[in-house]
Design a protein around this ligand. Sequence first.
Ligand SMILES: Nc1ncnc2c1ncn2[C@@H]1O[C@H](COP(=O)(O)OP(=O)(O)O)[C@@H](O)[C@H]1O
Ligand SMILES: [Mg+2]
Length: 553
Amino acid sequence: MAGKMAYRLKVVRSLMPYTKGVKRFFILIFISSMISMALGFAGPLFYRLFIDRVILGGCFGQMPLVAGGYLGIFFLDALLAYARKYASYALVNTTAYRVKEKIWQGFFARPFESYESEGIGDMKMRLEDDTAQIERFAGYQTIDYLISVATLLGSALLLFAIEWRLALFSAIAIPLTFWAGGALSEKERRLNDANRETRQVFSSWLHASVQGWREVRTLGIGLSQERKCLWFLHRFALFNAKWINYWTARVLALPQIKEELFQQFGLYFLGGLLIIQGRMGIGSLLVFVMYHGMLSDALETVSGTDAELWANKPFTDRLLEELGRKAQPQGEGRALPDEGNETVFEQVSFAYPGMEREVLHDFDLTIKKGERVAIMGRSGSGKTTVLKLMTGLLRPTRGRVSFGGVDLEEISLPAMHARIGFVMQENMLFNTTIRENLLYGKDGASEEEMMDACRKAYIYEFIVGLPEGLDTVIGERGVKLSGGQRQRIVLARLFLRDVEVFVLDEATSALDQYSESIVYDAIRNIPEDKTVIIVAHRESSVALCDRRVEITG
Ligand SMILES: Nc1ncnc2c1ncn2[C@@H]1O[C@H](COP(=O)(O)OP(=O)(O)O)[C@@H](O)[C@H]1O
Ligand SMILES: [Mg+2]
């Protein structure tokens, strides 16, 4: 229990920075819960008055007091419950919003290497399932827990004050409840841990299958995809079946047994004996039973919150991990000189993590400002790797890469990326309008500027010919465009952004000769003073360049 308490505090502390401005809601929930607890204790007193005075004592004059007290408590409690719900939603929504914002920002501030190892499923789990845990800490895991501990102690004291022998009898339930809750929650935790893992894999798989529907259809692997899906669904069904067993035992069956055994049988039977012996009044027994009900509920909450805290640890742990993640400093690092964008590789060697073979070994290269360089080499020789090293997406194992005279280890990457533009073979467009895709190049660009960039990239005619022009939605991965049109829109975006270095990685490899020649025309429109680096198989691209570099890795 102490370990769980420490863990609970750790979670609360981590969430604290995200509750600025809404902490008052937490206080509101706390105060309202305290009042409700006090009202809960007051209820049975009126009941005792009703039994002992009104019914047994015949004092019907006290009836209005009893009824008034009861109604008052009822309405006040309903009002407080309303305020609590309201405050709890305000608190949870605001906190969750900020936490998700932080996770999302964190995703784009990670070291570049980490993207390769984590898929979309991981992000989905972090943003949705893991953050769902926040809700529990705005009330259930914190205030309800505290209030229930207080109620537990308060009602235990009252029970002992009313009739200590009966109280002792009902106290047996306390250790039993904690023991059973603890044991079952450990099983739930293991199950959730495995299930979270599977769900993450499933999300990534699902995403890839839906996005790759063309491959699935044309390769005729629909049936095997279906089997794979069924396999996942089967796993989830098994999980649900197991989990519901533990949950039912912990939340429904055990409390039921305790209630029936202790309260219904034990208390009334033993209480009845005490009444026969003249040691206890009927009113007292009834009040005892009511307080015992409170104790029972509080006990259920205390052991239930502990159990749930433990069962959901796999999710909360990931949430803590994400909140504790140090963001890679953005925009920090040495500023670039205004002029000069010379790229220099000095004795660079590189091997992918976990790979023996070096893709590059003692590689030297200098690309001066305004040069046009063709990087050639057979497939797999390391051309893309050179580009990734050049732009800081990978870091050399040995040696040094610099841009504008500044070592990439020290450079401000965002500042550097503002001056380098990429066109790659695979698609770089988002599923939205052409306009919005262009605006990613330069926020707030005017219609005039956009059209000008489109003209340079030889895509203007095409766009104005579309019924919806710039507002045409281009579909998932730009499916509504041809390969050449896509690449020219990407180029237009770079013209708009006015980058100094154009990097084209097999930008025309997938195009037919005609489309390629138009893209080449667009490349010829790149102003003289800009640097152009073209990776290509075809000799035709070499004609665009002053110099060729062979990669022989
Ligand atoms: N993320 C990676 N992890 C491990 N090996 C990689 C990775 N990316 C590329 N490689 C390997 O590095 C070599 C060079 O790849 P790449 O630079 O993409 O070649 P190119 O662009 O010249 O076709 C290839 O043998 C490739 O298999
Ligand atoms: Mg490549």
